[in-house]
Design a protein. Structure first.
Length: 93
């Protein structure tokens, strides 16, 4: 599933909420490793959503956030070079 509210493994926010609720109520067999893994993934999605708000993390959001961080770091680096560059050139003479 690749629609809004879905993660890369196909678990949507609504599905994660339903799975987490069923696990809390004790309706799922937590002895089964596959079910335990699915409940763990659902809980991770719920925690991420509660922490960051909105939809769970997607690869597009991750790349956008990385791009913003790299852009901000580049601006700071250019600013520092602009401040220290003339000073270093003057000291070099």
């Amino acid at each position: 599933m690749t629609g809004p509210g879905s993660t890369s493994d196909g678990l949507s926010l609504d599905e994660a909420a339903a799975i987490a609720e069923h696990a809390r109520e004790g309706h799922l067999d937590m002895d089964d490793p596959q079910i335990r893994q699915l409940v763990g993934e659902a809980n991770r999605i719920m925690v991420r959503t509660q922490m960051w708000g909105g939809e769970p993390e997607t690869p597009q959001r991750r790349w956008k956030r990385r791009g913003l961080a790299i852009g901000a770091a580049a601006i700071v680096a250019i600013w520092v070079i602009g401040l220290l560059g003339p000073l270093l050139l003057r000291l070099g003479d």
